[in-house]
Design a protein around this ligand. Structure first.
Ligand code: FES
Ligand SMILES: [Fe+2]
Length: 333
């Protein structure tokens, strides 16, 4: 499965303290994720090789994860280092855990279930430059658990034409719904997707806005389940704002979502920025959880599109080109 070769976000790094173990669901599989006393991260299928007990029921002792049933100790590389019932025995590779890759980026923990993708762009967790430095707030919003597929969530993030109808008064105005033409480029694993020249009229494009403005958007899709936008209202020359959407496909139609927001905050608190993002996402959720099919149709014949959907259509083709099968309706025939 191609999805196993992608890095996927699983939790905020700050939420997994040293000595903690948690159960997570990734691409329909149960995974145990833990951090040792010294801070090393480890992840493995959530099943003890001895008698099938979830490893996430166990606990961390020093550098070992200790199974809750018979107390076998596993080191951060997965090696079994102690079988309490047989203290003189040195366990071998048969008792070891098949660990998966785990790493930290953008203040989040990421896992990859299989070998690295050969395309550089996909061989690491997605890049996010975003503004940084004095006057810039950088914060993680979420997680939001949503009952739909990750590709439906990503496509919604790339969709300009819904603003006036789903976010009236903030991101859009139903009286000004026109989407001027824009350009889309890329579409291969080595390129991701980019859209330039996107514009939408927004009554209140963010927490700081006090009046409506035409807002310029730039989008990129660095990986199948992640997307990034940069936006700037016309006339706000010093304003910087970029939002990354990172999703974890837990099941084909169950997705965990985070937004990494980096923006000129002009004195607004993280809590205020988060509250604005919460309102926007709850408006999106109502549509996202009602769309059918919940998996994204990749066959262009299954839904009717228009020119304003150019980026959505390019996203669907990108998923198809990569061979993504999780959370999508396959192309038949
Ligand atoms: S089931 Fe894990 S040690 Fe026995
Ligand atoms: Fe939306």
């Amino acid at each position: 499965m191609i999805e196993h070769r992608l890095w996927l976000p699983v939790c905020a790094a700050a939420d997994l303290v040293a000595g903690a173990v948690v159960a997570i669901r990734v691409l329909g599989r149960d995974i145990a994720l833990w951090r040792t006393a010294e801070g090393h991260l480890a992840a493995a299928p959530d099943r003890c090789p001895h008698r099938g007990t979830p490893l996430s029921l166990g606990c961390v002792q020093g550098e070992s994860l200790v199974c809750a049933y018979h107390g076998w100790h596993f080191g951060p590389t997965g090696r079994c280092v102690r079988i309490p019932a047989l203290p003189a025995v040195r366990p071998g590779t048969r008792q070891a855990l098949a660990t998966v890759d785990v790493g930290e980026r953008h203040g989040m923990i990421w896992v990859r279930l299989g070998p690295a993708h050969e395309a550089d762009l996909l061989a690491q967790p997605p890049a996010f430059e975003g503004p940084d430095g004095p006057g810039i707030s950088r914060l993680l919003c979420g997680p939001y658990d949503v009952a739909t597929s990750a590709p439906r969530v990503i496509e919604n993030f790339l969709d300009l034409a819904h603003f006036g109808f789903v976010h009236p008064g903030t991101l859009g105005d139903p009286a000004q719904p026109q989407i001027p033409d824009y350009q889309v480029a890329g579409g291969l694993a080595t390129q991701g997707l980019q859209a330039e020249g996107c514009q939408a009229w927004q009554p209140r494009s963010n927490l700081l806005a006090e009046s409506g403005a035409m807002v310029r958007y730039r989008y990129s899709v660095p990986a199948p389940f992640s997307a990034v936008l940069a936006k700037c209202p016309e006339g706000w020359d010093s304003h910087q704002e970029s939002i990354a959407l990172f999703t974890l496909p837990m099941e084909p139609t169950r997705t965990r979502v985070w937004f990494l927001v980096a923006m000129s905050a002009a004195g607004r608190s993280d809590a205020q920025i988060r509250a604005f993002q919460d309102v926007i996402f709850e408006q999106d959720r109502r549509i996202l959880e009602a769309q059918r099919p919940a998996c994204l149709p990749l066959d262009p014949a299954l839904e009717v599109s228009c020119a304003a959907d150019r980026l959505s259509l390019a996203y669907r083709l990108y998923l198809r080109t990569l061979g993504i099968g999780f959370g999508v309706e396959p192309v038949r025939g």
